[in-house]
Design a protein. Structure first.
Length: 114
């Protein structure tokens, strides 16, 4: 997936957060790894989209810290290993943002309240 992670108002050396929304469900889902394929750099992140604790399907978020580039390519690899025995994986959305844009947000929990 190609995404613009260039933020002119941010220093060129500043990293950008790419938030990836993906489906997690109680059946049929597999594991995947997100990585920077070209034009930008990041540490790969592995996720498991299978959660059998509740019979629901929800969108979860995972964040990558990436370098800035107007054509950052984020790759997704569905892994052979699977806790469900199946390999379905669905990416719903990617959003690039700077740290300044997420002031007041902590991790995957959403906005904080005062």
């Amino acid at each position: 997936v190609r995404i613009n992670t260039l933020f002119p108002e941010a220093p060129p050396s500043a990293s950008v957060t790419v938030a990836i929304a993906f489906l997690v469900s109680y059946e049929h889902m597999g594991q995947a790894r997100f990585y920077c394929a070209s034009n930008c750099e990041c540490k790969p992140v592995a996720v498991d989209a299978h959660d059998s604790r509740r019979k629901v399907s929800l969108l979860y978020m995972k964040e990558l810290e990436v370098t800035q580039h107007e054509e950052c390519v984020i790759g997704v690899v569905v892994e052979d290993e699977s806790s469900s025995g199946e390999h379905k994986f669905k990416v719903a959305q990617l959003v690039a943002r700077t740290r300044a844009a997420v002031a007041g947000i902590t991790g995957d929990d959403g906005p904080t309240s005062d």
